[in-house]
Design a protein around this ligand. Structure first.
Ligand code: CTP
Ligand code: MG
Length: 230
């Protein structure tokens, strides 16, 4: 049976967060964002292996370091997210038909239920897909001075999240041919002519990108903990 492997690219600098510490290491209710992200995958019995990809010069992991039989640490981060993921894929011991899930280090709100729904929906698929949410707000196109020039239809539009989950052979081929440019795995797979499946995600699986996102993620995870205590 095809195995599920996870790659967590964590080699970015978090320039939009504008903090000295790369955002994946910022504290979220007392422990690094990255630690929350890892937990969901390490605790899932269906996942065979988890590969955390760090920048070669990363000095922060050591202080946070943790050990787990499923976890391997790769110091092969690239100049772009796509390069980071491809570098990790090259060192992965996987079969062509195995699944690779790629999940942003800065998305700590993924739940076991969401992860399971992604695995359930895609495990019999030939290609793969991703968590995504249908666009809910009215969309405006702006000019360079931030004035509205038109209202765009939101019909058929989705916001891509992660995990993005593809067959190992297809993803490696897609990223090898992509030149490191795509901002997510699906874009590289689409360029091969495939149509990745969209699996409905949730807003809580947000990517921490801007400073104000941290408080939102904190509120979501704090509410989870409160729910557990009740
Ligand atoms: N990432 C990576 N290698 C890169 C760039 C990004 O592994 N060369 C990772 C980030 O660490 C993050 C994920 O890809 O987990 C999503 O990227 P993003 O949110 O854009 O993070 P950063 O690139 O770090 O942030 P920014 O774009 O604001 O600099
Ligand atoms: Mg980035």
């Amino acid at each position: 049976m095809a195995k599920f492997h996870v790659i967590i690219p964590a080699a970015g600098s978090g320039s939009r967060m504008a903090t000295a510490l790369p955002k994946q290491y910022l504290p979220l209710i007392g422990r690094p964002i990255l630690s929350w992200t890892l937990d969901t995958f390490l605790a899932c019995e269906r996942i065979a292996s988890v590969h955390l990809v760090l920048n070669a010069n990363d000095v922060h992991w050591q202080t946070n370091s943790r050990h787990h039989s499923k976890l391997s640490i790769l110091h092969c981060g690239g100049g772009t997210r796509a390069e980071t993921v491809l570098n990790a894929l090259k060192s992965l011991d996987a079969e062509q038909a195995d699944w690779v899930l790629v999940h942003d280090a800065a998305r700590p709100g993924l739940t076991h239920t969401l992860l399971d729904s992604l695995l359930d929906e895609l495990q019999d698929d030939a290609v793969g897909g991703l968590l995504a949410i249908p666009v809910a707000d009215t969309l405006k196109r702006a000019d360079s001075s931030q004035h509205v020039v038109s209202t765009e239809s939101r019909e058929g539009l989705w916001q891509a999240q992660t995990p993005q989950m593809f067959r190992y052979g297809i993803l490696k081929d897609a990223l090898t041919k992509s030149g490191g440019a795509p901002t997510d795995e699906a874009q590289a797979v689409e360029a091969l002519g495939f149509k990745p499946k969209l699996v409905t995600g949730q807003l809580r699986n947000l990517k921490i990108t801007f400073p104000q996102d941290l408080a939102l993620a904190e509120a979501i995870l704090a509410a989870d903990q409160e729910g557990v205590r009740k």
